[in-house]
Design a protein around this ligand. Structure first.
Ligand code: GUN
Length: 292
């Protein structure tokens, strides 16, 4: 079994991006500027947004963090989205999800200028992704493809089972893995809460992507020998041995599953750092798409 080390692969990407930014700086070209909008005090969202801003600093991107309390109105948030759309300094921006229930997430993501939508959540970018046209790819699925590619994992012709059909991960990733690209060319089964005989389906998979947010859901009896496993789960589980009182747990029962796999991502240190790295790739690309 080999660990798919997202932290190391993400670091490799950050160094490449830093070189690209340094080259732009030396030619007096514009430096990418990412803005992140955070609503409320959800601990997980706060951690992710802070990590995104920190990654910008390390690479040399400019960044802005815009915080609202959970009571912000939909109108106020939409006004900020329009302001960022029209601010020429900002190359790309994200609105961290989930949003409080009184705000319509779809309305907010659809209000983002597709040319600044570095999360790749806008329907226009999702449509381009399906057709394999240039546009922004959603950060987590794109990060997973980078992780597979940079670790020389063959996907062509493989049977892949994706567990979970979220708009952010499972649904777009199932399409991206089925496209005629590298990585891609998989035969994909997208499974969800209504899937029959899930265990039998997962047992046949060469590549398993677990993205349902249920700690330890994938157990050893569901995995065939030599499978490649990508664990997208990051649930906070109480853990009194930790200083902060919780530990991050993936969707895969790592200790019992790892010995059966050829490759497996750890949690933390697998998919999480790759999501941030691909957001940074999209931010650099955003300037190019807007001709800056
Ligand atoms: N919430 C969980 N993942 C993401 C992400 O990739 N982008 C945003 N904006 N919110 C998220």
């Amino acid at each position: 079994m080999q660990l798919l080390d997202g932290k190391a692969t993400a670091q490799e990407i950050r160094e490449e991006l830093k070189n690209a930014v340094d080259a732009r700086r030396s030619k007096n070209e514009k430096i990418p500027h990412l803005a992140a909008v955070l609503v409320g005090n959800d601990g997980g969202s706060l951690t992710y947004v802070n990590a995104k801003v920190k990654a910008c600093e390390q690479i040399g991107f400019d960044s802005s963090l815009i915080k609202y309390d959970a009571q912000v109105t939909e109108e106020e948030l939409l006004a900020k989205v329009h302001e960022l759309n029209n601010d020429d300094k900002i190359d790309g921006f994200i609105v961290q999800l989930p949003l409080p229930s009184h705000i319509d997430e779809l309305k907010v993501t659809q209000a983002i200028d597709p040319l600044k939508d570095v999360d790749g959540f806008h329907p226009e970018n999702l449509g381009k992704m399906v057709l394999n046209l240039p546009g922004f790819l959603p950060a987590t699925p794109a990060g997973i493809l980078q992780l597979l590619k940079r670790n020389n994992i063959e996907t062509s012709g493989k049977d892949c089972v994706v567990i979970g059909r979220s708009n952010i991960v499972g649904m777009p990733l199932s399409i991206m893995l089925a496209r005629s690209t590298n990585p891609g060319n998989c035969t994909v089964t997208l499974t969800h809460s209504r899937t029959k005989d899930l265990k039998e389906k997962v047992l046949k998979a060469d590549i398993i992507i677990a993205a349902i947010g249920k700690p330890g859901f994938v157990t050893a009896d569901m995995v065939k020998d030599g499978a490649v496993i990508v664990d997208v789960g990051t649930t906070r589980v109480e853990d009194s041995s930790k200083k902060n009182g919780w530990a991050l747990k993936g969707d895969v029962a790592f200790d019992e599953v790892a010995p059966k796999c050829s490759y497996i991502t750890p949690v933390p240190g697998g998919v999480g750092p790759m999501t941030i790295a691909s957001l940074m790739i999209n931010t650099l690309q955003s300037m190019e798409l807007r001709g800056k």
